[in-house]
Design a protein around this ligand. Structure first.
Ligand SMILES: NC(=O)c1ccc[n+]([C@@H]2O[C@H](COP(=O)([O-])OP(=O)(O)OC[C@H]3O[C@@H](n4cnc5c(N)ncnc54)[C@H](OP(=O)(O)O)[C@@H]3O)[C@@H](O)[C@H]2O)c1
Length: 264
């Protein structure tokens, strides 16, 4: 199958990836991914969230690096710049974020192995499609691209979103006190501050704007794929999370939207 780059392997895997995103979009509406507040024993073995997140994101860096450094243009300025963006993103998502998760010792595990395995498919495709585009197929990614408005706007959007994601994740992880964690309690509180003033799931919002920025800045099918699959995962989950908070907290701020301030 050739329809995007002319390389049958790339184009076939791109088709598989987009079909996977469409499948995830439908599945997520009916079954919230079983981790965290939506964890369930129904889906088999559960891991600790720290291990689950770490394992799920693990393929992103080696798969990306393998296909990036075996491409002919890996040493050019623009591909190297996006390598830095990738490493910045996965330094948080793959390592810092799992490491900093605050888990009660001996608490019930809450990250399904199924999510890890399903995540590997998405993460590996994401790494391959983006790395190959950056160092092999993205012919427009020369130094002239550095002044293109798509690159400038996309990179700015990515970096602002990344900063806001770090802020939101920090607010979320500090909702439980050390005493609660020491006592093995899994307490949930209403998050406040930052973008939580306006939306229930600000990290989902900034994850989506971040990948939209990445897709714009790379002008790539791999960027489109990660944006699409993130929408598939996070838009239904944002609405499920909103319902979850409203059911449990009678004082939940009524004006707070699920995902997009003042709108949705
Ligand atoms: N691109 C994608 O497709 C994709 C998909 C999923 C997630 N993500 C990103 O990954 C990041 C984390 O996602 P997530 O928020 O869904 O992870 P999460 O595992 O549900 O939450 C992260 C941590 O915060 C705790 N927590 C959450 N809400 C809390 C509350 N109200 N009170 C006390 N503790 C609370 C959780 O505890 P428990 O584990 O005990 O619930 C967990 O330890 C986000 O930035 C998200 O955008 C991206």
């Amino acid at each position: 199958m050739t329809w995007c780059t002319g390389d049958p392997t790339y184009d076939t895997l791109l088709t598989v990836a987009l079909a996977y995103a469409a499948f995830a979009a439908v599945a997520s509406v009916f079954i919230p991914s079983p981790y965290g507040r939506f964890a369930s024993a129904r889906f088999g073995l559960n891991l600790s969230p720290r291990l689950g997140w770490f394992l799920m994101e693990l393929p992103a860096v080696p798969v990306f690096c393998w296909f990036f450094f075996t491409g002919p243009r890996w040493s050019e300025a623009v591909p190297l710049l996006f390598l830095c963006v990738w490493l910045l993103h996965y330094a948080n998502r793959g390592f810092l974020f799992p490491y900093l998760i605050r888990v009660a010792p001996g608490a019930t595990t809450s990250f399904s192995l199924l999510v890890v395995v399903a995540g590997w498919g998405a993460t590996a495709l994401h790494g391959y499609l983006n790395a190959s585009w950056l160092s092999t197929y993205g012919a427009h990614l020369t130094t002239a691209w550095l002044t293109d408005p798509r690159f400038l706007a996309g990179l700015a959007l990515y970096l602002v979103s990344y900063g806001l994601t770090l802020q939101g994740e920090s607010i979320q992880r500090n909702l439980r006190t050390s005493a609660e964690l020491a006592a093995g309690q899994r307490v949930y509180r209403i998050p406040r501050g930052g973008l939580y003033r306006w939306v229930t799931s600000p990290c989902y919002l900034t994850e989506l704007t971040g990948w939209a920025g990445f897709a714009l800045a790379t002008w790539s099918p791999g960027g489109l794929f990660i944006f699409a699959i993130s929408c598939a995962n996070l838009v239904p989950r944002a609405f499920a999370t909103q319902r979850w908070y409203r059911q449990r907290f009678p004082d939940y701020p009524p004006e707070r939207k699920a995902l997009i301030p003042f709108l949705l």
